[in-house]
Design a protein around this ligand. Sequence first.
Ligand code: ADP
Length: 270
Amino acid sequence: MRLILLGPPGCGKGTQSQRLTEKYGIPQLSTGDMLRAAVKAQTPVGLKAGGLMARGELVPDDVVVAIVADRIEQPDAKNGFILDGFPRTVPQAEALDRMLKDKDMRLDAVIELKVDEGILHQRIAKRVAEMQARGEAIRADDTPETLEKRVHAYRLQTAPLVSYYSNHDLLRATDGMASIPEVSAEIDRLLGKGKTAVAAAAAVPRKKAAARKPARRPGAARKAKAAKAAKAKRARRKGAAKATGRRAAAKRRPARKTRRKAINKAGRRG
Ligand code: ADP
């Protein structure tokens, strides 16, 4: 299964991706996590991306597209993946389409988590508090000012993907304001629905479906015709035998006239 989770920062993409990873055994590919790892490792990509990320701006399309292209080549992504945080712009979505087409792969669904923007600040504040409680380092972009910029970037650059994927008939929207288990259940329901329509078609390509149809064995028509003819022959024989039987019985029984003569003869004798 190949999925995209779409929604603004703090909408719950990461939480739901992790659960889907466990449920379907496919990896979560989070461009945010990959970029943060690159920043930490101070790779050339990390050095390029670090400042932009800290300011709440998007990293250039070509950089992110190259990272994703590399990542989906990995063996663990062979049977599917959940993209979290990618694509984030229409050119990224187009690049992904090309990538998948080259590999003869297709997306199964794009899950949109719809939330009121007002709640995002509360959610990010909660995430910061939880990370602090666990003694983890706080993300450089999890400040109220940067969050505002990230939401703005989402509205401007990422939200157009809703109609992009809707036009591709892949979009499934869910209420991200509901509780975590409720959102999970709704996603399962949406995927169940999507699976019958989309995955079933993907699982059985047309040619194979045709091949699975019980094919008529070569010469089957000829054999059926021969069997029919043999049956008719047997029936004819049976009919003939009946008629012969009647004739034989008739032969054994003397004709009525002969019978009467014999009776008269016997009477005369007696
Ligand atoms: P969020 O919680 O805001 O969704 P992410 O962890 O997905 O955050 O991403 C953090 C930052 O990493 C983004 O604000 C952006 O700077 C950068 N980033 C992640 N994914 C992309 C992408 N697909 N395109 C451009 N920049 C990205």
